[in-house]
Design a binder for this molecule. Sequence first.
Ligand SMILES: Cc1ncc(COP(=O)(O)O)c(C=O)c1O
Length: 408
Amino acid sequence: MNSYDQFLSPLGRNLHESVLRKMGQVIASRRGDLISFAAGYPDPTGFPWDEFREIANELLSGKDGSVLQYGPTRGYRPLLESILGVLEGRGIRADLPQVMTTSGSQQGLDLVARVLIAPGDAVLVEVPTYTGAIAAFRNAQCQLVGVRQDHDGINLEALDETLMRERAAGKRVNLLYLVPNFQNPAGIMLSLQKRARLLEWAERRNVLIVEDDPYGDLFFDDVARVSDTRPLKADDRDGRVIYLSTFSKTLAPGFRVAWVAGPAPIVERFDTAKQSMDLMCGILDQRVVHQSIVRGVLARQADPLRKLYRMRRDVMEQALRAQFGDRLTWNPPRGGFFLWAKLPDGFDCEALLAKAMEHGVIFVIGSAFCVDGSGHDRIRLSFSWPTPERIRDGVQRLASAMQPELAR
Ligand SMILES: Cc1ncc(COP(=O)(O)O)c(C=O)c1O
């Protein structure tokens, strides 16, 4: 048979592939030495290997058969209970019916799409915004409508204008998606004042906010404090916020353990939707994560990780300044994994990526994060994974890829 297209459903035909997965294929297909500033992977040297080994050995001793049994769709109950403690540490009070584990926050985004987005809806997102959310929401056949950012997060006047315009055009607009802490890709933080105003706005305009918070624990203490990262969910008196977070960046992404905290009736719907994906879910990963919380491993991770990534940010910023002077500009990252850079006039991110690959370095093109067709003059550089030497080398390769135009 030469084509299976006739068998595909309209949704199957139009599924959106994650940009980062595509980049993964590029990396895999390229031979030779390639420095990647593309994927937002944590540094594996930051994983607590010894503690994980000890926990896994105990769990796999064979004494407790339930370790390898089917696990409840909602999540391993002791883990859910310890997640309530993690949430409390972030100022969020929740009960068991309001939380559920997911296979990475990516599954949380997919559940949001399945349960809350109808074909033809308008969904509000920042410009730029996270590509994984773009892919998940687009698969629900909605229209993503971009709202511009200021240096302290989404522009609230533009947000309200956009909402009213879309509603006046007859669109159903129920959702705003945000990454308030160390946004992927822009690296910025939503100010506390804007967080309070957004909650008031969501209630007044009858909108739900999807708050995606993978990086809140990873602030850099020269430029941010823990109080700056207080989630919107912590002050959500009206049940407007669906909060997603993950252990991917603080423990390890390979566990695929994340969670959602939201109004109980919505979490109940997520649970039902998830049953058709996995019916019961893997419990071993969840039990390793649970033990990591109970034994204090998670709590001990935060400080060294903040130092590690802050140091990587410093190395990347220094290298960029040394190579580019003021010809490349960016928002100084206050936490997280990413630096969002503006290219000098005349450069296009896609053409530059092709050249950069020839020079052995890759990044993610800015346009991948922008639902309004902008971003061609931006690139996202991730500093979390490469060593300091590789960061310096990669920045040097990037500068070579930009010659001779850069020298003009
Ligand atoms: C903003 C944002 N949301 C969600 C995720 C997905 O995280 P997880 O590994 O839990 O699926 C990421 C990962 O890079 C992210 O940056």
